[in-house]
Design a protein around this ligand. Structure first.
Ligand SMILES: Nc1ncnc2c1ncn2[C@@H]1O[C@H](COP(=O)(O)OP(=O)(O)OP(=O)(O)O)[C@@H](O)[C@H]1O
Length: 254
């Protein structure tokens, strides 16, 4: 098992935000985390990538404890797209993407030709080459998101955590980015709001509600009328996608 989360709990002064989360993720699989606003998706991801310290439980990646791993070693293993990546970046697009190479560098070591090649190729892959000298702060929401995804890709980690990767992206870019991530063939854990996008790309889904796992498993096991109603309080029709055969939903008018 690539990633193993065992009995993970996280609480603030007086509230349990996550209760007893256990989850096993197979190597090179794409796992989607679904759930309503405030369910605990970001908190769970933050516990895994080390921004939150869980009160209880463990997180093992390749049989190593992520919670006690030195920060830089963890950064070599996990690339993260956080939900709020800050508009504080007073850097060019190229510099932001280059930051993805930082975990691979020793203290004061300069970026090598190989690093620069990876940055160039990543910019090209995301159609961002013409933006390389633009300042991050001047970009549109969707452009910023693509640059932050480029930084994740440039890190070349074999575990990627994405908190709402399709945020701000038009449907063309949503599909484009998800295709790229899917084709990397690495382990991906992503919080996703769009159920049909999640169904299309994820091998397995986990549904969180009020800090607990409601259900998990294959997309066709998880996506059904009852689970969607219980989780999001909406009525949907469930149909099978013609090409991939996975369950999708259509919203109903009330
Ligand atoms: N440090 C904190 N202090 C207090 N409450 C917190 C803290 N971190 C998270 N929470 C609360 O925990 C709950 C889960 O938050 P989280 O950001 O994980 O939700 P989410 O499922 O990612 O939601 P969304 O879909 O809106 O992004 C929310 O009610 C949030 O207000």
């Amino acid at each position: 098992m690539k990633l193993s989360i065992e009995n993970l709990s996280f609480k603030t002064a007086n509230t349990n935000i996550l209760s007893d989360i256990s989850l096993d993720v197979e190597a090179n699989s794409f796992i989607g985390v679904l759930g309503p606003n405030g369910a605990g998706k970001s908190t769970l991801l933050k516990c895994i990538y080390g921004v939150n310290t869980p009160d209880k439980g463990s997180v093992f990646f390749e049989n190593k404890n992520l919670l006690t791993m030195p920060r830089k070693e963890r950064a070599r293993k996990i690339a993260v797209l956080a939900q709020e990546s800050g508009s504080q970046f007073d850097f060019s697009v190229e510099q932001v993407v280059q930051m993805g190479r930082y975990p691979h560098k020793k203290t004061l070591e300069n970026y090598s030709k190989a690093d620069k090649k990876i940055v160039d190729e990543t910019l090209e892959k995301l159609n961002l080459t013409s933006y390389r000298n633009r300042f991050f702060n001047t970009l549109s929401g969707g452009e910023k998101q693509r640059v932050l995804i480029a930084r994740v890709l440039a890190q070349e980690a074999d575990f990627i955590i994405l908190d709402e990767p399709t945020n701000h992206l038009d449907i063309g870019h949503q599909i484009g980015i998800m295709n790229i991530v899917k084709n990397l063939g690495v382990t991906v854990l992503a919080a996703i709001h769009d159920i049909n996008i999640a169904a299309l790309y994820c091998d397995n889904l986990v549904v969180l509600k009020q800090g607990q796992i409601v259900t998990s498993g294959t997309t066709n096991h998880v996506i059904n009328k009852t689970t969607i109603k219980d989780t999001f309080n909406i009525d949907v029709d469930v149909y099978q996608h013609k090409t991939c055969g996975k369950n999708h939903i259509a919203y109903n008018l009330n």
